[in-house]
Design a protein around this ligand. Structure first.
Ligand SMILES: [Zn+2]
Length: 114
């Protein structure tokens, strides 16, 4: 599956998005052909773990956004006054969840310079 990063070449300063695979020997610049050894396995593992966590946070953010939308419609169209507060609170809580998980999920972007 590999680790998705942006790689910046130190020779020509071109930046390209690439997938660093485990077992892949070199990182190669598509513009000028400059190559460097791939990152050590430990570092790749670390990056992969961070990216998996971010993917999970983005999924949670999407689920929260869906639940917030449902709560919002319930809040807008409910007739019973007792339920209004619950749906309003639900909307606010799920919106906060969307915001927090969305920010956490997109906080780190990895750039490799070689
Ligand atoms: Zn280059």
């Amino acid at each position: 599956m590999g680790v998705h990063v942006k790689a910046t070449c130190s020779e020509c300063l071109a930046t390209h998005a690439t997938n660093l695979e485990f077992g892949q020997e070199n990182i190669r610049c598509p513009a000028c052909g400059h190559t460097m050894n791939n990152l050590p396995e430990g570092e790749l593992n670390e990056l992969e773990t961070v990216q998996k966590k971010q993917r999970l946070q983005c999924i949670i953010a999407l689920v929260c956004a869906t639940l917030a939308t449902i709560s919002l419609f319930q809040w807008a169209f409910t007739m019973k006054m007792d339920d209004v507060t619950i749906w309003m609170a639900g909307t606010i809580i799920f919106l906060l969840g969307t915001l927090i998980c969305g920010v956490l999920g997109s906080l780190k972007r990895h750039v490799v310079e070689f």
